[in-house]
Design a protein around this ligand. Structure first.
Ligand code: ADP
Ligand code: ZN
Length: 205
């Protein structure tokens, strides 16, 4: 099964993606995680992407599309995958549609004005991609792998506001695009993690 998960920055996409992948044994393909890994590893791609990410802008399509194509060509994606953070604009959606069929596009619907606070409290693990809120990780360590949790460079308030604007202009229209293709499933993302997960599982049945 090829699944896309969509939602605004801070909508809980990454958290839900990890749960879905565990339950359905799918690889979690997050372009944000892949880009952050490239930055941490000091690759050429990471160097080119960093300034865009730190400003809350989209990384140029050529870079992200190449990254995505290489990743889904790996053998673990052969029997399906979950895409998180891609596509983020109409161009990327067109390119993706030319490579694979998407079975389900999950859309986590959220209240845009509550999301800036969520992002400000977010703590992430750069090693495994785990993310949580500051109050749930008082020891500051990743629950999955023990690495120290950090605040993402692009979770500063000014940058978050920019990411929300970029989302509204470029990514939100994809909801209609996948609706027209008949694969859209909308889930209320303002519930607890468990309730959102249950709604997603019901939608995937
Ligand atoms: P969030 O969805 O919470 O904003 P991500 O980890 O998905 O976080 O993305 C972080 C940043 O990585 C984005 O703001 C953008 O700069 C870059 N990025 C990730 N995926 C893409 C993509 N498909 N196209 C362009 N830029 C991307
Ligand atoms: Zn970790």
């Amino acid at each position: 099964m090829n699944i896309i998960i969509m939602g605004a920055p801070g909508s809980g996409k990454g958290t839900q993606a990890a749960l879905i992948c565990k339950a359905h044994d799918l690889p979690h393909v997050s372009t944000g995680d892949l880009l952050r890994k490239n930055i941490a590893d000091g690759t050429e791609l990471g160097k080119q992407a960093k300034a865009f990410m730190d400003a809350g802008k989209l990384v140029p399509d050529e870079l992200v599309i190449a990254l995505l194509k290489n990743r889904i060509a790996e053998t673990d994606c052969k029997n399906g995958f979950l895409l998180d953070g891609f596509p983020r604009n109409a161009k990327q959606a067109e390119v993706l549609g030319g490579i694979v069929d998407i079975d389900v596009a999950l859309y986590l619907e959220t209240d845009l004005d509550k999301l800036a606070d969520r992002a400000a409290n977010r703590r992430v693990c750069l090693k495994c991609g785990y993310s949580t809120s500051a109050d749930k990780a008082p020891d500051g360590k990743c629950k999955e792998c023990g690495e120290p949790l950090v605040i993402r460079d692009d979770d500063k308030r000014e940058v978050v506001e920019n990411r929300l604007k970029v989302y509204a202009a470029n990514t939100a229209p994809l909801v209609e695009y996948y609706k027209a293709k008949g694969v859209l499933k909308t889930v209320d993302g303002m519930q607890s993690i468990e309730a959102v997960n249950a709604a997603i599982e019901a939608a995937l049945k």
